[in-house]
Design a protein around this ligand. Sequence first.
Ligand code: CDT
Length: 308
Amino acid sequence: MRMINVAAAQMGPIQRAEGRDVVVRRMLALMDEAKAKGADLIVYPELALTTFFPRWYMENRADADGWFEREMPNDAVRPLFDRAARHEIAMSFGYAELTPDGHHFNTAILTDRTGNIVGKYRKIHLPGHAEFDPERTHQHLEKRYFEPGDLGFPVWRNLGGIMGMAVCNDRRWPETYRVMGLQGVEMVLIGYNTPSVNAQKGDEGPEKRLFHNRLSAQAGAYQNSCWVIAVAKAGDEDGHRLIGGSIIVNPDGEIVTEAKTEDDELLVHPCDLDATAFGKETIFNFAAHRRTEHYGLITSRTGAIPPT
Ligand code: CDT
């Protein structure tokens, strides 16, 4: 058995006016709890350091730059890196990244047990829109504030296993998991901020959104025989509610633990990476069963074109 004790650190809401210092203190408390419970790895959500700012329209995009981190680590998050190294816990969290040459990404990082960043992922599937949309009940301006990630879907060897990352909307796309699956991924770490109601369909509320969350993570885990750790930022941020429902999913696609609240809440589960082997060697033995000669449209065509 290759066990990793994983802590999924769901976070409750972060209000627009709250600073990173307050948030980092909450993250440290979750990390201390994770350490006390024997965790090897702690996974925080997408944009863990701030409110989900893409809901706020700013005419001048540069006015949003205050939500972005110009270096990682920086002074605000140094306590997290120091504490993780002291606890010998690997960690992953999401943040808005502003590069030295002026590019904006919705990013997640992964560290080893010493606090060294070993992996970086930049969100590829950006949902929402780029301009103010008066038809929506709330804005989702990720296409305004971020560029699509430019790093692909890499995986890394960490804690004796093969790990990958994805960010929120990525989890709804089978391509996300499959590209990592083709690199032998054993555990996929995913943070999310998902509004509780669809801004374009008022009757799609929290129950259905939680269902879609489970459906996506469970399918990704099963079809690639890997663990999926899906971690929410949840609750009411300045009157805008986000679903909770953080889950750890095993390589059979079964949920082994699920958050009950919309607050800071830690889920800890022992994940055996060797449990990924059976599926990878049998029904999802890609080398034996995939038929790439029939998959060309996946990469040659973006939108659906129905027959005439
Ligand atoms: N953060 C993020 O990607 N949220 C999206 C909301 C989709 S609605 C525009 C999600 O897929 O959960």
